[in-house]
Write a protein that binds this ligand. Sequence first.
Ligand code: MN3
Length: 202
Amino acid sequence: MSNFELPKLPYEYDALEPYIDKQTMEIHYTKHHQAYVTNLNKALEGSEGAGKALEDIIKNISKYPVSVRNNGGGHFNHSLFWSLMKKNGGGSPTGDVLKEINSSFGSFDEFKKQFGAAAMGRFGSGWAWLIVNNNKLEITSTPNQDNPLMDIAEKKGSPILAIDVWEHAYYLKYQNKRADYVENWWNVVNWDEVAKLYSQAK
Ligand code: MN3
């Protein structure tokens, strides 16, 4: 019996205003993320994967049906995404993360440009990622609810930063203007969480 649950949102629905509006946040969390959780549990019911840890399922996703890939990815990605944002977030990373961004991409501004380009370049629905791969930082993007931990990923690594570029993540406030959403999103990034994930991944 699989009983994955919606994790508690670490802030109020309006905490990321004005960059991410309350209504988008509430629908994204209570409807979209909840549906991934519900459908993941359904997809795993009575199967060999029932009872396994989510990360274990994700890392071996090629062995599972597409419903587990889509909904397991959706649950994993959104759980991570919520933690990567916070009220009064934004600014610049510090310490090891900043050092590594500077040495990998030249500067924080250049990193933002390349990460933004990955977010903009993902056609249709998907995600852009900053990952640690063999101790090095890399930017990648995935379609749908795939992620870089999946064994089917083009570029694999441990994600330490992610942006959801599905239209449901921004359409109510930004309509077709994904670039404005991506630009504003930097104001809510939780760099403390990125630093924590980085220290665990390297
Ligand atoms: Mn989403």
